[in-house]
Design a protein around this ligand. Structure first.
Ligand code: RRO
Length: 295
């Protein structure tokens, strides 16, 4: 097993405590929960996605825990601008605010609320079940470039989270790059569905949802690998990462850092578990393995 040297990690304009970041949507709705994950080993944290208006989200059931993953259709529930109050206690910590909007102007408006408090932004252009938001915009390279530019011109680190639900993810990655993104996050959830045979109806209230967790790890690795061949900006791997060896695999595909989400549902101490195995003072230079599977 590869062991990396300990130390801070600079990626996409943000300095992290290590390579592991809490993914958007998991324990990201309060300052207290974000702070707790940083205290328990996360090198950085991403908030729940915040949009231009408060939203209650989709009708339930919103989450189904499956054998090898989690299916969700939360529906972007968020308090909008009121969320600014949650970040005050986090000071200069590596907190990335995930934002969404329906237009470039809405993205810029929401980003403006957090300009003084966020370490950077992650643009949600990838939620698979949000009418007018997320992947509804994120499958169109022209809109991705425009939304990215609307935020990157604010001069803050701007990460763009991509949907895997496209034929060619590299076309979307290149659009984000043209718009001034400082990093690409790959991937958001895979559009999916389950049906209850007992009830004879879809399990989720929204019928369709997004699949995360172990089941999508190979999809995420493939996307990171393809993006590494096409884009110059750093890539942050996300999707089904749950062990130190999977962190290393993502990095070998081309990721400079890795986000972890669903695995937190099984183990609230997942960041400590992974960092204990992944790092040592005399470990190797992380740059030695980033993208090494391409050589
Ligand atoms: O809130 C959600 O339903 C949600 C979001 Br914002 C997202 O980006 N990805 C996802 O699977 N669910």
């Amino acid at each position: 097993m590869v062991v990396l040297r300990t130390g801070p990690v600079a990626v996409g304009g943000v300095t992290l405590g290590n390579h592991l970041i809490l993914a958007a949507g998991v324990l990201g709705t309060t300052g207290a929960s974000l702070s707790r994950m940083l205290a328990r080993g996360a090198g950085g944290v991403v908030t729940k996605s915040i949009g231009p208006e408060p939203k209650n989200g989709h009708a339930g059931p919103c989450v189904a825990v499956l054998d090898n993953g989690i299916l969700n259709a939360m529906g972007l529930p968020n308090p909008s601008q009121d969320f600014t109050g949650e970040l005050g206690s986090l000071g200069q910590k590596p907190v990335i605010v995930s934002i969404f909007g329906g237009t470039p102007e809405e993205f810029a408006e929401v980003a403006g609320w957090f300009k003084g408090t966020a370490a950077g932004f992650e643009l949600n252009l990838s939620c698979p079940h949000a009418e007018g938001y997320g992947a509804a915009i994120g499958v169109d390279p022209v809109l991705v470039e425009a939304c990215t530019r609307a935020v990157s011109t604010l001069g803050m680190p701007t990460w763009v989270k991509l949907t895997p639900n496209v034929t060619d993810i590299t076309a979307i990655g290149k659009a984000a790059e043209r718009g001034g993104a400082t990093a690409i996050v790959a991937i958001n959830t895979v559009k999916a569905m389950r049906i209850s045979t007992a009830l004879r109806r879809p399990v989720l209230g929204n019928r369709y949802g997004g699949l995360s967790g172990d089941a999508i790890f190979p999809v995420a690795v493939r996307c990171v690998y393809e993006l590494f061949e096409s884009c110059k900006i750093p890539i942050i791997g996300c999707g089904g990462v749950s062990t130190a060896d999977k962190v290393v695999e993502m990095m070998m595909a081309g990721a400079q850092a890795v986000e972890i989400g669903s695995a937190v549902q099984r183990d609230i101490g997942i960041f400590e578990t992974i960092t204990n195995e992944l790092y040592a003072k005399k470990g190797i230079e992380p740059g030695e393995i980033v993208g090494c599977a391409h050589e």
